[in-house]
Design a protein around this ligand. Structure first.
Ligand code: SAH
Length: 241
């Protein structure tokens, strides 16, 4: 079972949004598990402080290596990668999320303040991962994003696995536009082809739309799609082989 363990100074933020809707029900049904470790419990002083001023000077505070590694060492690894959420990390993408979701889970270290003493990364086997080129106030929301993205891919959590295969990023393209009722809205009709019942034409139209949107919005993805062709997740490979 996929187990997420989050090391944080704010354990009360969890499960938070991870308990809503299908993910919450899936956790209640034992399809995945979540626990938190309060880094403050590993402080060595009566104030429970975990940070100190940066060596070399400058603004803000840095999380201490000794306290953080004590917290890290208290968590059973159980074959799980230890990921530190960080704007300096390797950007997460759907391919990596698929890999993680197939594994035993994740241990997520959430930074606060200016970040983490660099020696934590060299003394423990930690990978820094980012959720985008912007800076949050703490790693908690990033950890939630990572966990939510993984858990929704666990078979039986979302149910209809077929719709997952057509989503943005799955084939290396962004998703085609979706429509539902009403048939006409503020003078705009649902494209005729979608109501034609011709599944081959619908598939062609969606492919073309996905390509147009990807080319216009994400030249980086489009470039890769053209050179490498459709990305196929392991799961989709299994289904067709
Ligand atoms: N001084 C740091 C930013 C610290 S932000 C720097 O310039 O790199 C405080 C914490 O928020 C970080 O330690 C990290 O855990 C989290 N965080 C901020 N932005 C993030 C992002 N884009 N992805 C993942 N975690 C992020």
């Amino acid at each position: 079972m996929f187990r997420a363990t989050v090391l944080t100074l704010f354990p009360e933020l969890f499960p938070g949004p991870l308990d809503a809707s299908v993910l919450g029900r899936a956790r209640a049904d034992g399809l995945w598990a979540l626990d938190t470790v309060n880094i403050r419990d590993f402080s060595d002083n009566k104030y429970g402080s975990v940070d100190d001023t940066p060596a070399g000077g400058g603004a803000g505070m840095v999380m201490r290596a000794d306290i953080l590694t004590r917290a890290i060492d208290a968590v059973p690894r159980n074959d799980r990668p230890l990921l530190c959420l960080s704007p300096r990390g390797k950007p997460l993408n759907q391919t990596r999320i698929h890999d993680l979701s197939r594994g035993a889970g994740v241990i997520a270290l959430c930074g606060r303040f200016e970040g983490v003493d660099e020696r934590v990364f060299s003394c423990r086997d930690i990978e820094e991962v980012s959720i985008g080129d912007f800076v949050l106030a703490g790693g908690e929301i990033a950890a939630m994003a990572l966990i939510e993205a993984c858990v929704r891919l666990i078979p039986a959590v979302l149910g209809s696995a077929s719709s997952l295969g057509e989503e943005s990023f799955e084939g290396g393209l962004l998703e085609y536009p979706q429509y539902t009722r009403p048939r006409e809205f503020e003078g705009r009709a649902i494209p005729d082809v979608l109501l034609s019942g011709d599944h081959r034409k619908i598939a062609e139209w969606r492919r073309k739309q996905a390509e147009d949107i990807t080319r216009a919005r994400r030249p980086d993805l489009w470039e890769r799609y053209q050179t490498r062709g459709p990305i196929r997740s392991e799961k989709n490979k299994d289904e067709t082989s």
